[in-house]
Design a protein around this ligand. Structure first.
Ligand SMILES: Nc1ncnc2c1ncn2[C@@H]1O[C@H](COP(=O)(O)OP(=O)(O)O)[C@@H](O)[C@H]1O
Ligand SMILES: [Mg+2]
Length: 266
């Protein structure tokens, strides 16, 4: 059973700019799937299409459909999606800087009608995964580190008790050891609570270490997909993402054509 199924979606911004050109992807229930690709590839647009936040950005889905747990959800509001168990953590963290960490977490439970005792239990659950947030619970979020703000954003999403989280560039602007700490927690949440994840990342090799499956997006198209360990070991992926010496980075597709051409010529 797929938690999420995105079928052939096409997205246009401002009525003219075609950004997603028929993207399809699946997230099996209980898995971690990475959506990879360079800056501008269309990762955030894909996530916002799924969470229906795109409408706020003059983006239109002109083709395709999105299903969550089998149900067609592309006409729902973001709140209705959260109530069904699909939460999104936007790129760039988005905590309320003037609220404390704990107040931020509490805002994540607003779609649920919980007693004070239940809220306490939910906070404790989040603090078990994020001990750093417990230490910092009375600090104003705006004065905490980038890593702590990212944890706060994920913790807030958890307060809605989602069965699936869309996570946009959790590693952005964060020190490498904290990135590993955050991905480790994602893995724990997945293993212990069965939360499924679709995570968008430019940081390909780190994401593939934690994901089960990956899709590589380029210019609004999926150009490659496979099991994470296979993608991580793939020569084209390694050559492309670990950087070719000099000459800058070619397009992934271009490089494949180039390699094929080389093979024909030799
Ligand atoms: N609100 C918007 N209006 C117009 N173009 C946009 C908007 N958001 C993103 N884009 C364009 O869509 C393309 C994909 O962007 P995005 O989905 O943010 O990529 P990624 O998350 O992979 O970096 C880029 O060319 C970007 O400039
Ligand atoms: Mg993005």
């Amino acid at each position: 059973m797929n938690a999420l199924s995105v079928n052939n979606i096409e997205v246009i911004y401002d009525h003219v700019i075609l950004v997603l050109k028929g993207v399809s992807l699946q997230v099996p229930q209980g898995s971690i799937v990475a959506l990879l690709g360079a800056n501008g590839a269309g990762k955030s647009t894909t996530l916002k299409t799924i969470s229906t936040l795109l409408r706020g950005e003059r983006g239109d889905v002109t083709k395709g459909e999105v299903r969550f747990l089998g149900e067609r959800v592309d006409q729902l509001t973001p709140n209705e999606l959260v109530q069904r168990g699909l939460a999104q953590v936007m790129e760039g963290r988005h905590c309320f800087g003037h609220l404390t960490i704990e107040e931020n977490l509490l805002t994540g439970a607003y779609t649920r009608k919980l007693s004070r005792a239940q809220l306490r239990d939910e906070l404790d659950r989040v603090y078990r995964y994020f001990p750093r947030l417990k230490e910092r619970r009375n600090s104003q979020a705006g004065y905490t580190s980038g890593g702590e703000q990212q944890m706060c954003a994920i913790g807030r999403a958890l307060m809605a008790k989602p069965s699936m989280i869309l996570l946009d560039e959790p590693s952005m602007g964060i020190a490498p050891q904290i990135v590993d700490e955050i991905f480790g927690i994602v893995k724990d949440l997945n293993a212990n609570e069965g939360v499924s994840f679709l995570l968008a990342e430019q940081n390909t090799m780190v994401a593939l270490r934690y994901a089960d499956f990956g899709y590589i997006l380029e210019n609004g198209r999926v150009v490659m997909e496979g099991a994470a360990h296979e993608l991580a070991a793939n020569e084209d992926v390694k050559e492309f993402y670990l950087g070719v010496a000099g000459g800058g980075r070619r397009s992934f597709r271009e490089q494949k054509f180039y390699r094929r051409r080389k093979r024909w010529l030799s």
